[in-house]
Design a protein around this ligand. Sequence first.
Ligand code: AMP
Ligand code: ZN
Ligand code: ZN
Length: 414
Amino acid sequence: MIRKTFFINFLVLFCLLSIRCQPSQTEESRSTNSLLLISIDGFMNEYIERNETPNFDRFLTNGVQAEYLIPVFPTKTFPTHFSIVTGLYVENHGIISNRFYDYELDAQFAFGPQNSPNDERWWHGEPIWITAENQGKTATTFFWPGSEASYNGVQPTRWIDYDGSVSNHARIDSVMAWLDPSDEGKVQADFSTLYFSFVDSRGHSYGKYSPEVDDAVLEMDGLLGYLLDQIEKKELSETLNVIIVSDHGMADLSETKLIFLEELINLDDVDILDWTPVSLIRPEEGKVDEVYEALKAAEDNFRVYKKENLPERFHFSNHYRIPEIIVIADVGYTITTRQNFEQRGILAATHGFDNFAPEMRTFFAASGPDFIIGEKVGAIEAIHIYELMAKLLNIEPAPNDGDPKRLRHLLKNE
Ligand code: AMP
Ligand code: ZN
Ligand code: ZN
């Protein structure tokens, strides 16, 4: 009996010591707070300024908000989201638009249920969920452009093929279960994404000042309240950092602001990889100067550049997928053809314009144990968010274009 008690005591002591001395991978990674990265597509600061949004207020009083976030160029969903999670400018990650043709791969990049771009060859760069997985963390994604692809064979522990019909509450429920250390599903994620598209869609269809957008903003506020309640109920407030970000702003369009491209150049001389508000133009061999000169002579309500002369601040020159000529519509203008306009009309509002245009400014706020509380800081650039997330997750970032020091002022004890 004595010997048995001694043996059990010894065993308990041994277990305690071994836990203390040799923490497992999971325990080590658990010593850092977990991180939830939320994207609300096409969300603008003015949306919460002109609406009563008690749950955004609740989030902001407990955290930090940027005056505005400057996205990367072009301000379209796929390029901007992929820059947020890689810290790479578009010329370095290669997702040059939402849809484009790659002449080397001889393939079309497009999103949608039939052709979800889960092919590794499109995505150049290492998203934060891969950096995390490669360093022993558990990463999950509930939608994010680039999250369906593998990177050198690595994928997040949980990821979902994009399906816009999945309810927003279901997205939140899944992610909260994954992030819950006591959840029976045992995912115990250190990092997750969440993505909501409906505010952007309303903006495109009805315009950014529409009551339909205001309704969507109130719906988003309700969803945020639901999420914050779950964080409290699961007692994750002390261990979970939450970043809410958007990918770009929105600008209203007008039927009086049209650029008919066929009236400026001969469309038979060019391939157009993407149309509006940034036209990516690939002239036939030997026709670059002719096409450029024609556009330059007509430069009104748009800017035209040869790829090599695009101002450095766009960071949109140095990738083989970017064609020779780039036309950027002035904010509010649509590049189209007369026939296309007559058949399909135009959207009420869109994005894609110059990333430094005030209309493309967007939303950033964060809250949690590592963030300063109740402050508003100046404008920040989306390119630095990857470095911030690597710091929060206590992992070594992959090479990127962000500056590790630029967002440190958002953190406590820095
Ligand atoms: P945009 O056309 O630039 O406004 O893009 C917004 C749209 O992108 C949303 O309405 C979604 O339908 C779509 N989207 C966002 N993320 C994904 C994804 N991971 N896969 C496929 N489509 C997506
Ligand atoms: Zn978007
Ligand atoms: Zn959009």
